[in-house]
Design a binder for this molecule. Structure first.
Ligand SMILES: NC(=O)c1ccc[n+]([C@@H]2O[C@H](COP(=O)([O-])OP(=O)(O)OC[C@H]3O[C@@H](n4cnc5c(N)ncnc54)[C@H](O)[C@@H]3O)[C@@H](O)[C@H]2O)c1
Length: 427
């Protein structure tokens, strides 16, 4: 077992401390896939940039997150962690974080909404100087009920697109009270996390839950953004026939050019076998779509919140429901058709799978850790608004990742550099 980095926690609220050994094995395996974050941790351990800094983190409580917590603790931070989704918590990882790494964790798999918000309250009670969000719940509560905490906060970060929508709304209302770095929009993150991470892990979650053969299925991907592109790409790679639904003409055009069938959801509803929502929007699959779906259809959501598939509409149409496999609920319609909702419409790659592979979170969390360091090193200098990830951080993370993969690249010659920066040289 590895060394304890932080002060021993007494106030954690987790499901079962006896799971620590299994959790530690998970954390160690994830770490083996996270060489970039490990390098950052080694530097933090030497430089201690977070000495005495209190950090509240609301993230999926997974083995990859555990390695981020370890990295921050190695840098001197006092970290309190709660879950950003009630279904994604790995109880064994939470146990190892508390028992082996001395972190403070408030998260239980499957916790009800009251417990979820009580846990958010518990990490905020620590009086954080930095917030880490994955869905803007900490920042939402701070700006709503806990404005007393604002003066002490140096800044925060946001990990996901849905959180960015909430933050930008707060900023547009002139209410964002401290600087927040949009880690969700880092160049490396969008490329690796959204496309390859969400793409692979969404299908992995669906396959674990259903054990269906994807080859030959008609898979409808609703939303062709950074994540949707990845889901579509991987579904096609598995032999599925992919249909894309969009509301944005540019994205729709891109999907057409990428070779997918593009059509309105109402048309796709009649055609699809598997429906996957990744829009960040609500009710993208609703009553009129359920009414048209074929018998046996499978519906899953990979967007952040469980609002993309209208559960009230589905319940309304349901005459009988039963759990036919873990996380697969069969809804029988009045005409006998059976529709299957996975993981209660919650983010399927986390609820039915293990979320992004460590290799993806390596890049994400390395950028996250470097952005947090940026906030501390520039305390008092950053304006209270949404900030992009500084380009040098993106480049540093990409460089380290490339190196860790054993890949070498070229560099510009002096002549090329001059050519690319001059206006005098032309035809
Ligand atoms: N599951 C994961 O691992 C994971 C990872 C990252 C992000 N996310 C979440 O996935 C969601 C999408 O993220 P993204 O980065 O791809 O966002 P994005 O903004 O790049 O793409 C969303 C797309 O959905 C489209 N859309 C919106 N409403 C629609 C509707 N009614 N019908 C059809 N298309 C519609 C938009 O036009 C856009 O092209 C967000 O909720 C985000 O937080 C999940």
């Amino acid at each position: 077992m590895s060394t304890v980095h932080g002060p021993l926690s007494t106030s954690s609220d987790i499901s079962d401390r006896s799971l620590a050994e299994a959790g530690e094995a998970r954390i160690a395996w994830a770490e083996s896939q996270m060489p970039v974050l490990r390098q950052v941790r080694e530097r933090f351990a030497r430089e201690r940039p977070f000495e005495g800094v209190s950090i509240a983190a609301c993230l999926h409580v997974t083995a990859e997150t555990a390695n981020l917590v370890r990295t921050l603790a190695a840098g001197g931070a006092d970290v309190a962690l709660c879950a950003s989704n009630p279904l994604s918590t790995q109880d064994d990882t939470a146990a190892a974080l508390v028992e082996v790494h001395g972190a403070e964790v408030h998260a239980r798999a499957g916790e009800d909404p009251d417990t979820y918000y009580r846990h958010i309250g518990a990490v905020l009670d620590k009086g954080p100087q930095i917030t880490i969000d994955d869905g803007a719940d900490l920042i939402g509560v701070i700006h709503g009920q806990r404005t007393d905490l604002i003066p002490a906060i140096l800044g925060g970060t946001e990990e996901t697109t849905t959180g960015m929508i909430r933050l930008r709304a707060l900023e547009a209302d002139g209410k964002l009270a401290f600087p927040v770095i949009a880690v969700a929009e880092s160049l490396t993150g969008r490329q690796l996390d959204h496309r390859y991470g969400t793409g692979q892990s969404t299908l992995d979650g669906i396959l674990r839950a259903t054990s269906i053969l994807l080859a030959g299925q008609r898979v409808v991907v609703v939303g062709y953004g950074a994540c949707g592109r990845g889901v579509a790409l991987r579904a096609r790679g598995a032999g599925a026939h992919v249909i894309v639904c969009e509301v944005d003409e540019l994205r729709a055009l891109e999907a057409v050019m990428d070779g997918y069938d593009v059509m309105p959801a109402e048309t796709a509803a009649r055609e699809g076998d598997v429906f996957i929502t990744v829009t960040g929007n609500r009710d993208v699959i609703r009553r009129e779509h359920f009414e048209l779906m074929r018998d046996g259809a499978i519906v899953a959501n990979a967007g952040h919140f469980d609002v993309e598939v209208s559960k009230p509409d589905l319940e309304d149409l349901t005459v009988e429901r039963r759990e036919v496999r873990p996380l697969v609920v069969q809804h029988v319609m009045a005409d006998g058709r059976r529709l299957h909702l996975l993981a209660d419409g919650r983010v399927v790659n986390l609820a039915a799978g293990e979320g992004h592979p460590g290799a993806v979170m390596d890049v994400d969390f390395a950028a996250e850790a470097l952005c947090l360091e940026h906030i501390v090193r520039h305390r008092g200098e950053l304006e209270p608004r949404v900030h992009r990830v500084p380009e040098p951080i993106d480049r540093e993370v990409a460089r380290l990742k490339i190196e860790s993969l054993g890949v070498e690249i070229d560099s510009l010659t002096a002549e090329q550099r001059r050519y690319l920066h001059s206006w005098e040289q032309g035809t």
